[in-house]
Design a protein around this ligand. Sequence first.
Ligand code: TYD
Length: 212
Amino acid sequence: MQHGKLITFEGIDGAGKSTHLAWLASFLRDKGLEVIVTREPGGTALGEQLRQLLLDHRQAMHAETEALLMFAARREHLDKVILPALERGAWVVSDRFTDASFAYQGGGRGVPLARLEILEQWVQGNFSPDLTLYFDVPVTISRQRLQSVRTADRFEQEPDPFFERVRQAYLQRASQFPERIRVVDSSLPLAEVKTAVAEIVEEFWSSYAPSR
Ligand code: TYD
């Protein structure tokens, strides 16, 4: 039995999701909810170790190895963190989830979608987030935002065409699941993006609040 909700944040590297993720967590806490903020790959002790391997720019790997490790970390994350939290009524906010595997490993690396769907079915069955905010931004803008941060990880070091493919795969996912995935134009000034996020979240909240 699932009582809580899972909300995920997605976007290419440099799309600017972090600020809004923190805002959402405090919005939900203000409603008196227990809120778990987590991330993928990661969120568990083993998952964080897998994350280190996956993001290490010195660690080359086959695209399917990468996909398998992402789903291995996710299996652990669901078992140890996400599902227990939802069962006790907590709301979970995750910085990335399965849509990232379809965008990065599928769109970016070219792993066939049918293979990713097999992993998805294996690891999570029909479980999926209740709401996903996808922060859409052109690659030129995300690049400028990334330049100010620390050394680029293995994904951030990829060339622009990789991120173009990742972005297109995210947009394709958003049109495939229009009810769940809400697209936020993240190229707008921060204040406007904040307003757009707040509108989506308020609307989502009001559709659940009456049953609480
Ligand atoms: P990211 O979420 O951008 O964290 P940070 O802000 O610390 O850089 O880093 C995670 C990276 O992992 C990001 O480049 C996307 C990638 N990723 C995948 O390729 N597939 C996945 O399934 C997930 C969850 C993440």
